[in-house]
Design a protein around this ligand. Structure first.
Ligand code: URA
Length: 197
């Protein structure tokens, strides 16, 4: 087997036909950001704008995500952002279990390459496919789970916040908890500058 590298990862995603989602898309959306970031964010799957541009979280939900990160002084280009599935599901439906399962090969590879210390799971699909199917986002958001030395926290997907503004207060608590975790792990001041008030 070839040694894992970003070149191999990109090539495997580009050539991937492991599930039917590649049919009818404009672009694969592998993910992007700082490949050495200690913080990785994982969403569900590309939407329309992401499919058109080949980049994760660049549509309205992505713009909100950028503002949420900025609110705790995290520049977006210093984190790594990707999705459970790398191809847009038709009409933005939730990826099927088999599609998410097939795409985990790519997610595992990119996690092995970035080696994040902290992972934020944006929404139920991301949380259930990484932490486990028992996760309920309304019950478990804001909780920290440790897996093989990596700290993971589920929170609401930014699209859910766009649909229901009443969730924003809890989402803000989760961002503060993220900032606290990064501070506690010594990853905040050094990497992201000065803590906010
Ligand atoms: N929603 C996601 O889950 N991912 C994106 O990249 C965009 C919207």
């Amino acid at each position: 087997m070839s040694e894992l590298s970003w070149a191999l990862f990109r090539q495997q995603v580009a050539a991937c036909t492991l599930c039917p989602l590649h049919q009818g898309i404009h672009n694969k959306v592998p993910g992007q950001g700082d490949v050495h970031a200690p913080l990785m964010l994982i969403g569900e799957g590309p939407g329309q704008v992401e499919d058109e541009e080949g980049l994760a979280f660049v549509g309205p939900a992505g713009q909100l995500l950028t503002r949420m990160l900025a609110a705790i002084s995290l520049p977006r280009d210093r984190v790594y952002i990707c999705n459970i599935v790398k191809c847009r599901p038709p009409n933005n439906r939730v990826p099927e279990e088999a599609e998410a399962e097939a795409c985990k090969l790519h997610l595992r590879n990119q996690t092995a390459l970035v080696r994040p210390r902290v992972i934020v799971l944006l929404g139920s699909t991301a949380a259930r496919n990484t932490i486990g199917p028992e996760i309920r986002i309304t019950r478990d958001r804001g909780r920290w789970f440790e897996r093989k030395g990596v700290w993971m926290m589920p929170t609401y997907h930014p699209s859910a916040l766009l649909r229901d503004v009443s969730k924003k207060r809890e989402a803000w608590e989760d961002m503060q908890s993220l900032r606290d975790k990064l501070i506690e792990m010594g990853l905040y001041e050094d990497i992201y500058g000065h803590p906010t008030e």
